[in-house]
Ligand binder design. Structure first.
Ligand code: GLC
Length: 739
């Protein structure tokens, strides 16, 4: 192919995106318009059929082709051999890194660091764009409170405020300063909406969700993404209250277009248009196409119902061509914004080398700040390498680069992964003997044949570091678990090792919260590393041996028992809430106990009412002290705001970061309100003895919710406010809002 003069994509500034889109639209035939609404899955290479379809203008987008030469040739065919020369937009799931892999999004969320998350997405965009990708199907901002659901791994956790802030940061990182920059990717807010409420944590299952829950919990992160300028949305597979999201006018027309005035385009999920027939929502593929277009789904991913049915629907008068023009206009505006008409081709030499030191440094920092210290009895961590003589490194995840990358890492380069074992070996002084034993083939292994070797390694050592958890395949799309204990016989191995009485540290790699109530009784310390990505090993080693102080905080509640799910911090009060007094262990209840003996409140007799670890929780190698909360005012009006002050001091011996979290409770509302809601957070690094006064801005708009009349309002009344290091924050104040 004769290489055109390659230069960064620069969108023409002379005409507006609307003007350019409308001008092109006016030239298009109906068939060409429908072509823009079709995204096909790349099959590796250019078949005769694909070449012909591109020449005929039937391919608006391609996903899952990443060979640069192939992409440039497909663009050349589209530009030079189709009638109107409209460039193709290339999509790919660049979810948490391209070849340099960052922690899974749930792990990134544990950093509570929007700036770092933006940087991670920026690296992902640069590497993805370098091969010719223009569009990533991220961020996934589905709120979920069900760790059985495999896709919790891709989410940013259970909280609307945290997901809103971090999701917007990802959008900015992917899209960069200007979509037309050659290293920008159009982002995609997904999955619109409610997918994280899949019944029983089973993927693709029914979603039953009240409108006020949808509007007050599920939709805010999508609104934040739209406000951040996200270029596209993706509809969910889910059947939402009986109307699948891919045919749901309430979501993609009323909310997204009428209320939010959204101007980007909406793509379906993979085959989710044709699946409207499977749902029993559309009687035929033609009806599926009708329902999806009528609902405002601009582009169909993978299935081809649009290509084969929309022309007839328009000819029959069932769909007005003006609706098609709207869809195509939405798509063309994004293509113009991306500068694809100016520069559809990619030259990898214009980009920095993938996996370069800067990218790996971001991946290492992202992994470091994602690590949550859950337990540290007697401050066994950090380990002092100089005092170690024999260390056992045991478990199936100590040295497995593929597994530590986690789910949705099609393009991650395993060879670049630095595992914990390698990093520990590189870090420890020569006098330390490292005894390695895998113990189990995989995290799912049911046999004990490796136990003896593991126990032998442990017996020789003063310190045992276990690397256990879930392989990457145990989370992600369609990979849900009904039991979220450590899989296989990991707990059994751990219990055997615990009997040796060594200092035992557990490092967990997993794509979800696991139920560790029994597990934690056998170990002195627990580091939760999620799936930490390419540089997980050095990050974990730095924390284990004190080169870095862990700062992660949980973005999701950890249940004691799977039977507690859904369990989350921002629950409603109930008319009979559990209290510390009401909880009775099931086996303590005397025979024929009176019905009221367990307090008749809201809890499980065999699990209580509290989680294992609460939302926002995370320990440090230092300690932080919160002073009293001070308010600039204790009364203000709707439309006004106050400042919240608190002094935070590092009262420990080492430098460290704390995430100070601000929660409120609306004491009374026209609908019941959560017992707590996160409304602000600040991650601060403090030296030993250092005190900093933190200031939070709190405006009455921050307290607005969709009320009984389904209006977004701040209702006057009394509020509680807390500031602290997790969702059990205790430094309290109260204020009143007047009309
Ligand atoms: C998948 C996922 C979606 C992804 C798309 C393209 O089924 O649901 O999140 O972006 O298909 O791979």
């Amino acid at each position: 192919m004769n290489k055109k003069e390659i230069h960064p994509r620069t969108a023409s500034k002379s005409e507006s995106l609307d003007q350019r889109s409308e001008a092109l639209l006016a030239k298009m035939t109906l068939a060409e318009k429908i072509g823009q609404m079709s995204q096909i899955a790349g099959t590796g290479g250019i078949t005769a059929g694909l070449r012909k379809a591109v020449q005929q203008g039937k391919v608006g987008s391609i996903l899952n082709e990443i060979d640069t030469d192939t992409l440039n040739e497909l663009q050349r065919i589209a530009i030079e051999e189709s009638r109107l020369g409209i460039p193709i937009i290339i999509g790919r799931d660049v979810i948490h890194g391209f070849q340099t892999v960052m922690p899974i999004p749930l792990g990134q969320a544990a950093s509570w660091n929007p700036g770092l998350i933006e940087k991670s997405a920026r690296v992902a965009a640069i590497e993805g764009a370098s091969v010719g990708i223009h569009w990533t199907f991220a961020p996934m901002i589905d709120i979920t409170r069900d760790p059985r659901w495999g896709r919790i791994a891709e989410s940013l956790g259970e909280d609307p405020h945290l997901t809103s802030v971090l999701g917007a940061a990802m959008v900015k990182g992917f899209q960069g300063e200007d979509l037309a920059n050659h290293d920008s990717l159009a982002a995609c807010a997904k999955h619109f909406a409610g997918y994280g409420y899949s019944e029983a944590g089973k993927d693709y299952a029914y979603v039953n969700i009240a409108e006020n829950e949808l509007r007050n919990v599920v939709l805010p992160p999508f609104k934040a993404a739209a406000d951040a300028g996200v270029a596209t949305f993706m509809t969910a597979f889910s059947d939402v209250n009986g109307i699948p999201a891919t045919g749901n006018e309430f979501l993609t027309r009323k909310v997204l277009r009428e209320e939010w005035k959204y101007k980007g385009f909406v793509v379906s999920d993979w085959d989710s248009v044709i699946q409207l027939t499977t749902h029993g929502f559309a009687e035929s593929e033609k009806e599926a196409a009708f329902e999806a277009v009528a609902a405002g789904v601009d582009m169909e991913m993978a299935s081809q119902t649009y290509l084969y049915n929309i022309e007839a629907l328009v000819r029959e008068g069932r769909i007005d061509e003006s609706l098609i023009d709207e869809c195509v206009g939405n798509i063309l505006r994004v293509k113009y914004a991306l500068g694809l008409f100016e520069q559809p081709y990619t030259d990898e030499s214009q980009f920095p080398e993938k996996g370069n030191d800067d990218h790996l440094a971001v991946a290492r920092l992202a992994a470091l700040e994602s690590i949550v210290l859950l337990k540290n009895d007697y401050n066994v961590l950090p380990l002092n390498a100089d005092h170690q003589h024999n260390i056992a490194i045991i478990g199936p995840l100590a040295d497995d680069g593929h597994e530590q990358m986690g789910t949705w890492t099609f393009d991650g380069v395993e060879a670049w992964c630095q595992t914990p074992l390698k990093a520990i070996r590189d870090m420890l002084p020569g006098h330390v003997n490292i005894h390695v034993a895998r113990g189990l083939d995989t995290t799912r292994s049911k046999h004990r044949k490796g136990f003896a070797e593991a126990l032998e390694a442990a017996a020789k050592s003063e310190t045992v570091i276990l690397f256990m958890g879930e392989e990457a395949i145990l989370s992600g799309e369609a990979h849900c678990r009904a039991d979220i204990d450590l899989p296989g016989v990991q707990n059994e191995l751990l219990a055997e090792i615990a009997k040796l009485g060594k200092t035992t540290i557990l490092v967990v790699m997993a794509g979800r919260p696991l139920t560790l109530d029994l597990t934690r009784q056998h170990v002195n310390a627990i580091l939760y590393a999620w799936h930490p990505g390419t540089m997980g090993g050095p990050a974990i080693a730095d924390v284990l041996f004190g080169k870095s102080n862990p700062s992660g905080k949980l973005p999701v509640t950890f249940p004691k028992h799977v039977g507690q799910i859904p369990i989350y911090y921002n629950q409603r009060m109930s008319g009979k809430p559990a209290t510390a007094q009401s909880f009775t262990y099931i086996d303590d209840i005397p025979k024929r106990a009176p019905q009221t003996s367990t307090g008749n409140t809201s809890f499980h007799m065999d699990a209580g009412y509290e989680p294992l670890y609460p939302f926002g929780f995370g320990l440090s190698y230092t300690r932080f002290y919160y002073g009293e909360v001070r308010l600039s005012d204790h009364e203000f009006r709707v439309g006004e705001g106050i400042e919240v002050y608190i002094d935070l001091t590092n009262i420990g011996e080492v430098h460290g970061a704390e995430v100070a979290q601000l929660y409120i409770r609306d004491r009374f509302g026209s609908i019941t309100r959560p017992v707590r809601e996160l409304k602000g957070f600040q991650k601060v690094w403090l030296h030993p003895g250092e005190t900093r006064t933190l200031t939070f801005q709190l405006h009455s708009d921050d307290l607005a919710f969709y009320n009984r009349q389904m209006n977004l309002v701040t209702e006057p009344g009394g509020f509680d406010l807390w500031v602290g290091g997790d969702s059990n924050a205790s430094k309290h104040a109260h204020f009143k809002i007047n009309q």
